[in-house]
Design a protein around this ligand. Structure first.
Ligand code: BGC
Length: 355
């Protein structure tokens, strides 16, 4: 089979190679990969900033946003059939308490692996083998957008935790703000608006770009931060009950802390693998957080529950805003042109490799 590999920590090392097809055992499922989304984490791995090859190997098959079709099932597999559409979760457990209880996304020790990211091969290949418990079925009617399940699962986990955390008080959130209008930002705003919040998205993207059109179709107001600076947003919008930071910029995360409303919750989703440093007004920030009973938390990865919720919400979004999810997939690029797929284009939202 063909596969796209990288040498982790070596910038621009991606290459297309031929590897033997995986051989499924009695407990395994062989999946034919149809599409793999390209995300910021892939770009960081390609830049040599992030990623880890499987133990004892020099290279890593890239890709963690998969969509595929079951090609073969081992004789002990009863939950899936040949032809089923599936997405595969990303993280695999270590021996910590949380991983052992099915919460790999909340791993305590950090020795988890992640397919296509950390210590396990990913999905940018013709085939992969997996245990059925890590595969989520996608209804055929969602096959055109199934590749968005992974980023949506990240957002579902964030939303689940936001509402769980806020059970700490009598909370009737009215207003949500998402910082960033990439796929995670758009999907986060979609989840908030679908939960009944008046939702705003703010980013640097000019207003004529497809991502702004998609947001509008979903009933999300867009603010360009060059015209509406982040610092002025509370005065402009009122008390902000929920903020989801999805720019990936650590300095924006700190700016978000200063505009969060009373009793609000700020959820940070950006994986910032660099080493940026800034000066921050700590007294002022601390005072605001304490006197306003504010919560700030980070979230990574997703639990199986969040993946299932992602599939449900995809169906809901298709009903609420027909075609909006498909419009998020702005480019479909053949595997051999992967270098083009990872290039940032101004009119892109999500680029997808067709395998
Ligand atoms: C992936 C997550 C992963 C995280 C950290 C993200 O891009 O979507 O599944 O846990 O990177 O490696």
């Amino acid at each position: 089979m063909r596969a796209l590999t990288v040498t982790p920590k070596v910038p621009n090392s991606a290459k297309l190679v031929h590897l033997p097809d995986p051989k499924p055992g009695a407990d395994d499922v062989l999946v034919r990969v149809l599409q793999v989304g390209v995300c910021g984490t892939d770009k960081e791995i390609l830049a040599g900033l992030y990623g880890e090859a499987p133990p004892g190997e020099g290279s890593l098959i890239l890709g963690h946003e998969s969509f595929g079709q079951v090609q073969q099932v081992g004789r002990n597999v009863a939950s899936l059939r040949v032809g089923d559409y599936v997405v595969a979760t990303v993280r695999r457990p270590d021996d910590c308490l949380n991983c052992q209880r099915g919460e790999t996304d909340m791993c305590l020790k950090g020795n988890y692996t992640e397919r296509g990211i950390k210590g396990q091969h990913g999905y940018m290949a013709n085939y992969y083998c997996e245990k059925p418990e890590y595969l989520i079925k996608v209804p055929e009617k969602l096959r055109h957008v199934g590749v968005l399940a992974e980023p949506l699962s990240i957002v579902e986990k964030a939303a689940f935790h936001i509402f769980q955390i806020q059970k700490r008080l009598q909370w009737e959130p009215r207003r949500g703000l998402v910082l960033g209008a990439g796929p995670i930002g758009i999907l986060a705003a979609a989840v908030l608006v679908s939960r009944g919040l008046e939702t705003f998205a703010a980013a640097t993207t000019p207003k004529d770009r497809p991502r702004v059109q998609v947001l509008k179709r979903m009933g999300i107001a867009y603010l360009n931060v060059h015209e509406d600076p982040i610092a002025d947003m509370p005065a402009r919008l009122g008390n902000i009950d929920v903020i989801v930071e999805a720019t990936g910029s650590s300095s924006v995360a700190f700016e978000a802390m200063s505009i969060l409303g009373v009793n609000g919750v700020l959820c940070l989703t950006g994986v910032s693998a660099g080493n940026k440093e800034i000066n921050i007004p700590t007294d002022c920030l601390n005072l605001g957080i304490v006197l306003g009973n504010k919560t700030i938390f980070g979230t990574v990865n997703a639990n199986k529950r969040d993946w299932q919720r992602a599939i449900q919400d995809m169906a809901l979004f298709e009903t609420l805003w027909p075609g909006a999810l498909s419009d998020m997939i702005t480019r479909r690029v053949p595997l051999e042109d992967f270098a083009e797929a990872v290039e940032r284009k101004p009119y892109d939202i999500k680029a997808v490799l067709e395998i």
